[in-house]
Design a protein around this ligand. Structure first.
Ligand code: ATP
Length: 603
């Protein structure tokens, strides 16, 4: 198969941009994928998500729209172009359109670069780090622009600035792969399972690309967990009362405290043995890091920490890394929740305090102020063997045999076989400051990315008859009036996720629960994400339309008095919603779902 040209990829991107219907998008992409060899298909999978590598590989471009504008100004000056770049940018409002306009004017000729050549250049931009990195990035970008057509320049610049937005996400791509192989979505379960165990979208794509159904199924079923590559986090269901836990889990089950921190998978491995044949991104990282993929600052390490969003947070929690290094076991994957720890009073800190540690810089100072501890509640892999299919009770027994200290501790697991005991432990955990309990069925393997009634949460708020907290995606904001207006905004329009349609439904404006500081910083953040028109993947009743639309990106948590349904609206809404946490560590597709909200309303 011939190597695909970047210009052809851009034609497809252009078609996608003009497509509103998800099915049509899936159709266009799957037909295109069929024409590609596995390597190009792998690259396309990362690129459509605006990346050069999977989510868990730190590979940001660190090149902003502003940097592009200043580059264009320099280029314009050196070519004696009489162009007011700022004014034109304001008029066009989009970096891709700006680049398209500019390259048209300069009349660059496309050198018909292949997708792989452009991918190489993109990595050169990512890999330019440290002193002089801006100049190095500029040089690669100018050299590349010289070889691109206006349409290619449009998409190239959008990728580099993180502005490539077709509304395609991982879930859409898994649908696309299914349609590519079998013509419909019937391969979705196998793809979900494989991706759940090995969350590298390009790798999963390369396994099925160019294969007939039987071979593709075989490849997918051979996918195994591997320390170093994150597993999709298992999620939990909710119930309304203690009795229902017994209905769901039977006479005897396990419970653990429900910690309110940051989900964190801790991986330890002896050697990285992922060849570049399997993962194209690997060789670029190797090149960058002198043969060692895993380097934390000066210290080489074979530990990696990942959030539930698949973000690599190894550098953020050195005390957890240190504790993991100290565990006398060669390889493992632990599932845990990281929480701030108050040494003096020997108790965990609230979520907001833990989140202060969610920073890449000044970690050493913060480590002293807010030390953290990873509370481990599951074991997915041990000493070269996957435990994914072992029963929960056996996995936990193996976990309890592991000696931990310092930044890692094993969660207490308690067997429950009567309702009084359940009540007693629940109250005990609430008194200790936890959110409640997670109840788990004794049997059954670890199901990645799955939410079902084998893992159940029992929370304080639910017990009081209130609605469980709800996670919304910010899709717009309103200016408000008076003091609010001066502080930056009055309210945020929050949306739930309609998983069936892959759309976000705006359900309520949230204006309570914000501090003045938050109003200022959040409105600034939202202003940066603002867009002229309603995003294609958002629906909302006319009466709720906000003053400003924003790109769906941030997930925030609210409490509400009740879920309501008004006669005038097709959608459910929340009564008296108030903010509890801004900026959850979740992807937008992990916000509260439509089905989930309907169940909560019905229940
Ligand atoms: P909530 O908003 O109620 O915390 P959520 O929507 O963030 O829930 P859920 O999947 O409903 O996420 O709740 C499960 C989360 O609880 C897990 O993602 C994990 O981060 C956390 N958690 C805390 N303690 C445990 C535990 N012992 N076992 C499993 N998960 C736990």
């Amino acid at each position: 198969m011939s190597k695909v040209s970047f210009s052809y990829v851009c034609d497809i991107f252009n078609t996608l941009e003009g497509t509103d219907s998800r099915n049509e998008m899936t159709e266009v992409l799957s037909n295109f994928y069929k024409e590609l060899d596995p390597l190009d298909a792998q690259i396309l999978s990362y690129l459509t998500l605006g990346r050069v590598a999977p989510l868990f590989v730190n590979s940001e471009f660190n090149y902003s729209e502003k940097s592009f504008i200043s580059l264009l100004k320099d280029m314009s000056k050196s070519r004696d172009l009489d162009e007011d770049i700022d004014k034109k940018m304001e008029e066009l409002g989009d970096i891709g359109d700006m680049l398209q306009y500019f390259t048209e004017k300069i009349n660059f000729k496309s050198s018909k670069l292949t997708l792989q050549e452009v991918y190489n250049l993109l990595w050169d931009i990512v890999n330019a780090k440290g002193t002089g990195s801006v100049e190095s990035k500029n040089k690669v970008i100018v050299d590349t622009l010289n070889k691109l057509s206006p349409l290619e320049a449009k998409y190239f610049s959008r990728i580099v600035c993180g502005e490539l937005r077709f509304g395609v996400n991982t879930k859409t791509l898994l649908d696309v792969f299914s349609v590519m192989v079998v013509g419909d979505k019937s391969l979705k379960d196998e793809l979900d399972r494989a991706y759940g165990a090995h969350a590298d979208i390009g790798y999963i794509c390369s396994l099925v690309s160019g294969k007939k159904e039987e071979k593709a199924r075989k490849s997918l079923s051979s996918v195994k967990v591997q320390p170093g590559i994150p597993v999709m986090a298992r999620l939990v269901e909710r119930v309304g009362d203690f009795e229902e836990v017994f209905d769901r889990l039977g006479e005897e089950f396990l419970v653990q405290a429900k910690y309110d921190g940051l989900r964190c998978q801790i991986h330890k491995f002896k050697e990285w043995d992922f060849s570049d044949k399997e993962a194209i991104w690997f060789k670029y990282i190797k090149k960058e890091e002198n043969g060692s993929l895993f380097e934390i600052k000066e210290k080489k390490s074979n530990i990696r920490l990942f959030t539930r969003n698949l973000e690599d947070v190894t550098d953020m929690f050195p005390e957890v890394v240190e504790a993991a290094e100290g565990i006398g076991v060669e390889s493992f994957i632990l599932d845990s929740e990281v929480l701030g720890w108050d040494e003096e009073n020997q108790k965990f800190l609230p979520f907001q305090d833990t989140m202060q540690r969610r920073r890449k810089y000044e970690v050493t100072d913060l480590k002293k102020q807010v030390p953290v501890r990873a509370m481990v509640f599951d074991l997915l892999y041990l000493n070269g063997e996957s435990l994914m299919t072992e029963n929960t009770i056996d996995r936990i027994a193996k976990l309890e045999e592991i000696n931990t200290s310092g930044g890692i501790a094993v969660t207490e697991t308690i067997k429950i076989n009567n309702i009084d005991k359940l009540r007693e432990i629940f109250n005990e955990k609430i008194e200790e400051g936890h959110e409640g309990l997670i109840a788990k069925e004794k049997s059954g393997g670890y199901l990645p990315g799955t939410r079902n009634y084998e893992w159940i949460k029992l929370k304080k708020s639910m017990m009081r008859g209130l609605v469980d907290t709800i996670d919304l995606v910010a899709v717009g904001y309103n200016f408000g009036s008076g003091r609010r207006k001066d502080l930056g905004m009055g309210s945020v329009l929050g949306a739930i996720y309609d998983e069936k349609e892959d759309m976000f439904i705006g359900i309520c404006n949230v204006g309570t629960g914000f501090s003045d500081e938050q109003l200022k910083s959040i409105s600034e953040q939202l202003r940066e994400d603002s867009i002229d028109e309603k995003p294609k993947n958002v629906v909302v009743e006319k009466s709720l339309e906000p003053d400003v639309w924003v790109e769906p990106r941030v997930v925030f948590t609210v409490e509400a008095d009740e879920i309501s349904k008004s006669k005038d609206s097709k959608y459910l809404s929340l009564r008296f919603p108030r903010l509890t946490v801004w900026g959850r560590d979740k992807g937008i597709a992990e916000a509260t779902g439509l089905k989930e909200l309907e169940e909560m309303y019905g229940g």
